[in-house]
Write a protein that binds this ligand. Structure first.
Ligand code: MN
Length: 135
């Protein structure tokens, strides 16, 4: 799927459409949860590994990316770094989704280029509020 050409600063949601969210997550249960929680408010595209997620990010240019950090093919750190190095995707907010709760992970996630962080298990209120902050 190719996105329509978008001029700098133009958003997908200026015409009363839902913001486009790319969810890069390899765990099917988590993907189901995210779609159930966010489906009413976002148009959601999914990718189940890091490499496909990066390809989809470049091809559809979503408004926001929700990125699991533990992924096959490319992990979330590699995906975030690649997104922030590419001028096509550098301005797309990236929110990390991770079960890792060790001290220092937040710093490492932000250093990789993610804009924010959500811990698993997914809290519906927290995820909605955190994503809304970045749109
Ligand atoms: Mn994972």
């Amino acid at each position: 799927m190719k996105a329509a050409p978008v001029s700098p600063g133009q958003k997908f949601n200026t015409k009363n459409t839902k913001p486009l969210l790319l969810v890069i997550e390899d765990n099917p249960d988590n993907m189901t949860t995210v779609k159930a929680v966010l489906g009413p408010d976002y148009a959601i595209i999914g990718a189940a590994d890091g490499r496909r997620g990066l390809e989809k990010a470049i091809s559809v240019l979503p408004d926001l990316i929700l990125l699991d950090m533990s992924l096959p093919e490319m992990d979330g750190y590699e995906v975030a770094a690649a997104l922030k190095k590419d001028e096509r995707t550098v301005d797309i907010p990236v929110v990390a989704l991770t079960a890792q709760a060790m001290k220092g992970d937040r710093e490492r996630i932000l250093a990789a280029g993610c804009n924010d962080y959500i811990a698993k298990p997914i809290d519906p209120d927290a995820i909605s509020k955190t994503l809304a902050k970045w749109l």
